[in-house]
Design a protein around this ligand. Structure first.
Ligand code: PLP
Length: 367
């Protein structure tokens, strides 16, 4: 019985050719020519004017928060059900995450709960599209306009996904992507900020590069930044991956639909929603939510016995020990998010997954 890892990337295009070019030309640092090509091609793919490649998606979020001058005392509205990256960026900037529960069906932030949480300190809404379906953007765009708030879009799981035919990642004042190996395209580690405002793009570029002043004397700094640069080798991978993105998305949808079809009569679990009126699921991961935590744990144990990789769902931000220790989110509770965080898990969903492997996962789940 061969193990089925929870993720296997697919590197089936020009990856080796472009990487070889890096080695043969000696261009391995962030100064190499693949960086600007990857930035231009990816930002244009998601319908943005500017792309700033960085070392990972979490780094992109740090830069986004700082570039928009969000800091001490400012409030940022965001979902409690998410990876820690966006919350961590807000907190380390000295700002305060204000949390919203998720919908039980789509697992995305319940946008109807946002307006009640807007205060005079609110600076931005940070949208995180979760697991395959986009957040309902129209109400959020209206709120941002009405209350003059920035929109930050974490589209790390949404390459190529659309909301009403408009690309995810094209909505935020700044939007970000990750290219970790389980995302729709990968650079090993990597990320990108995208936006349409030239000044904002320049500021992001500066923050990624230790805040070197673009026109000042080298090594004299007016503010603190980071070294969050991407290497030419990562961009080489990214460029090759981007050439195949349409196929990657099609394959992800095929995998999702194959699971959905194979599991449609399963009892005790809820499955991903295949479409909303504004989008068709892209199945970044294929998640299941068991009706009890006990059933979730038993199922994961069985899958593990059968050498099938799984991951639990994200853990809510308002239940993170690190934030509670900081005095954040005291006595807050978000029932939907708490339920899916406890009862949800996902099965192998990577692009390298073979049909026979999906069949085996389905069989074990059914049994
Ligand atoms: C993967 C992911 C990130 C972080 O990206 P890294 O490149 O791993 O730092 C941020 N937000 C979301 C929603 C993600 O899925």
């Amino acid at each position: 019985m061969n193990p089925i890892p929870v993720n296997t990337p697919l590197l089936s295009g020009n990856e080796l050719k472009y990487l070889t070019e890096c080695i043969e030309t000696g261009w391995i640092s962030s100064e190499g020519p693949f960086i600007s090509k990857f930035e231009a091609n990816f930002s244009s793919y998601v319908d943005r004017k500017f792309g700033i490649a960085v070392s990972n998606g979490s780094a992109a979020l740090d830069i986004a928060i700082k570039a928009l001058n969000i800091g001490s005392g400012d409030e940022v509205i965001m979902p409690t059900f998410t990876i820690i990256s966006p919350a961590q960026s807000v907190v380390t900037a000295g700002a305060i995450p204000v949390l919203i529960d998720c919908e039980l069906e789509s697992w995305n932030m319940d946008v109807s709960q946002i307006e009640a949480k807007i205060t005079s300190k609110t600076k931005a809404i940070l949208v995180v599209h979760i697991y395959g379906l986009p957040v309902d953007m129209d109400p959020i765009l209206d709120l941002c306009k009405k209350h003059k708030l920035f929109l930050i879009e974490d589209a790390a799981e949404m390459h190529g996904q659309t909301y009403k035919d408009q690309k995810c990642g094209s909505f935020g004042d700044i939007s970000i992507f990750s290219f970790y190996p389980n995302k729709h395209i990968t650079t090993g580690e990597g990320g990108m900020l995208v936006c349409n405002d030239e000044n904002l793009a320049e500021r992001c570029k500066k923050l990624r590069n230790l805040a070197f002043e673009p026109n000042g004397r080298r090594f004299v700094h007016e503010e603190i930044g980071w070294n969050y640069r991407m290497t030419n080798m990562q961009a080489a991978l990214g460029l090759a991956q981007l050439e195949k993105i349409d196929f990657h998305i099609q394959r992800k949808r095929e995998i999702g639909l194959k699971y959905l079809n194979g599991l449609k009569n399963i009892q005790g679990f809820s499955l991903p929603v295949s479409k909303k009126d504004f989008a068709e699921n892209i199945y970044w991961i294929f998640g299941l939510v068991a009706e009890s935590e006990e059933l979730m744990l038993q199922t994961v144990e069985k899958l593990t016995e059968n050498k099938i990789g799984t991951r639990p769902f994200f853990w809510c931000m308002h239940e993170q020990p690190v934030f509670l220790k900081m005095g954040l989110f005291k006595n807050e509770s978000y029932p939907n998010a708490e339920k899916i965080a406890r009862n949800g898990f996902y099965v192998p969903s990577g692009l390298g997954l073979k049909d026979e492997e999906i069949d085996r996962v389905i069989e074990v789940l059914k049994s």
